[in-house]
Ligand binder design. Structure first.
Ligand code: HEM
Length: 274
């Protein structure tokens, strides 16, 4: 049965039901939904005021077939029945709300969310491909993407990367392999703890450059994750490793900013990207 237009409480309930499902890692689609929200928004360019969640363009093959988006079909497919049940809801709203609900459902903070994003049918609005961060790279790349293009502060950037407490890298997606923490279905400050407490060595294997912990050889860090041990990021890594409440508060605020990037743009306004 459908719902009344604007009944976001009913939508939230159906997203919660879509999260535990046995077909994906450790029985949850939560991490894929969080990553879907992040990738829907991370194409924003503040210098051009284009890209971002507005338009719901992640539903188009031209965008989801980007290698950086491989695996997000898990989150999208899990959310599709929610859209079928609430057809008045835009994909731009669904993909961002899915991430917020998944964070909370996995034990993280409640993230305030408001609707009103539009969907576009114009494929010219699809953001260019090279905007998502590349895990093979280093600190300069994080500064270019998060601070310069997306407009986050150093603190917000460190808070956002804490989402790597959940989920894992899948060899079949981008070549990287393994989880960042031992409790990958719980949203905690464990990403920072593992980063600081474990001894990280380059993994010897035939895959892309990544790091593994000497203690168990079962956890991983991307080259970009390792860059958070350096200035200017490290003081916040230390802060969040000590204080989960502070991490939750700062993550919540940074995620609210993430899902609002570019949303003041109106349909058809400055969103032609070519
Ligand atoms: C997974 C890269 C920032 C949330 C991944 C994966 C890579 C990656 C390579 C593995 C994908 C797969 O194999 O399925 C990066 C890079 C970042 C970044 C290079 C920035 C430097 C973020 C941020 C968030 C996030 C800011 C959220 C706020 C996630 C989640 C997963 C993930 C939840 C697990 C997905 C799953 O288990 O299906 N990321 N990421 N990432 N990322 Fe990030």
């Amino acid at each position: 049965m459908g719902s009344k237009i604007g009944d976001y409480d009913a939508v939230r309930k159906d997203i919660i039901e879509a999260i535990p499902a046995e077909r994906y890692d450790k029985g949850t689609f939560g991490p894929s939904m969080i990553r879907l929200a992040w990738h829907s928004c991370a194409t924003y360019n503040r210098h051009q005021n284009n890209g971002g969640s507005q338009g719901g363009t992640m539903r188009f093959e031209e965008q989801y077939s980007d290698t950086a988006n491989k695996g997000l079909e898990n989150g999208r497919n899990a959310l599709q029945p929610v859209h079928d049940k609430h057809p008045w809801l835009t994909y731009a709203d669904l993909y961002t709300l899915g991430g917020c609900v998944a964070v909370e459902q996995m034990g993280g903070p409640h993230i305030p969310w408001s609707g009103g994003r539009f969907d576009t049918d114009d494929i010219e609005d699809i953001p260019p491909r090279n905007r998502l961060p590349d895990g093979h790279l280093n600190k300069g790349h994080i500064i270019d993407v998060f601070l310069d293009r997306l407009g986050f502060t150093v603190q917000e950037t460190v808070a956002l990367i804490g989402a790597h407490a959940v989920g894992e890298c899948h060899k079949s997606h981008q070549g990287f392999d393994g989880p960042w923490t031992h409790n990958q279905t719980e949203f905690t400050n464990n990403f920072y703890k593992m980063l600081l407490e474990r001894t990280w060595k380059e993994k010897v294997w035939d895959g892309p450059r990544q790091f593994e912990d000497e203690e168990t050889h079962s956890l991983m860090m991307l080259p970009t994750d390792m860059a958070f041990l350096k200035e200017p990021f490290r003081p916040y890594v230390e802060l969040y490793a000590e204080d989960q409440d502070r991490f939750f508060e700062d993550f919540k605020n940074a995620f609210v900013k993430l899902i609002s990037l570019g949303t003041s743009r109106k349909r058809g306004e400055k969103n032609k990207l070519l």
